[in-house]
Design a protein around this ligand. Sequence first.
Ligand SMILES: Nc1ncnc2c1ncn2[C@@H]1O[C@H](COP(=O)(O)OP(=O)(O)OP(=O)(O)O)[C@@H](O)[C@H]1O
Ligand SMILES: [Mg+2]
Length: 244
Amino acid sequence: MTSVPCLQARGLTKSFGALAAVDDLCFTVDKGEILGIAGPNGSGKSTLFNIITHIPFGPTAGEVLLDGEPIHGLSDIEITRRGVVRTFQREAVFASMSCVDNILVALEQTLGVRGKEAQRLADEASQTVGFPRNFHNQPAGALTVFHQKQLMLTTAVAQRPKVLLLDEPASSLVDDEIERVREVILRLNRQGITILLIEHVLPLLTSVSNRLLVMEQGAGIAEGDPREVIRDPRVIEAYLGAVA
Ligand SMILES: Nc1ncnc2c1ncn2[C@@H]1O[C@H](COP(=O)(O)OP(=O)(O)OP(=O)(O)O)[C@@H](O)[C@H]1O
Ligand SMILES: [Mg+2]
């Protein structure tokens, strides 16, 4: 018996007028895997996360299955409730709200959880991510970029993801911060969370990913063992073409 993939995309497409930002993409992710996603700027990586989660919009065509069940027709909140949760490439926090309120608002909006149970989830996620508890009552806008990214990740983890979609969690960070991001990703994965990781920081991406998918102009151009995939001539060509 073949096991059902945790997440499966079939013919996934998002068009903006004549531009197919994601173009007939197919891939699978097994439970407990970390799938790395690379590709030059504008290749459709963030759009892929948008259309899987419907935050902020769904696909033009194609299917997304979670544990074999279609989720592409559901609302953004229902997709989150089913366990597919994302972070954003740019720090997406409510700057004037306290850190803990950032987490609590998300929990109320998506899971409909409030009060003591929400506080418990916020504390538990802060501990897992290593987000300092003494930041909880500070305004989120006062945090450094690293801590804003940690807050965004804590908010995602508090929503009890089965599948976590991380969009460039290490961008703009320095080496020791990137190392801490690496440790958190591996810790979350050890706790059983399946992870899709978009990242331009290749040492991080190749060291944590079980498999790597490379996108160019919305399509998947290579997939497999990360160390082999980054040596694939098509992948090198895609990156060189992007900087030429
Ligand atoms: N809302 C939108 N409206 C129109 N075009 C868009 C929209 N969002 C993305 N695009 C276009 O879709 C393509 C893919 O963009 P996307 O942000 O997914 O790339 P990316 O791979 O995440 O790039 P980066 O590595 O720079 O983050 C780009 O050409 C972009 O300009
Ligand atoms: Mg992007």
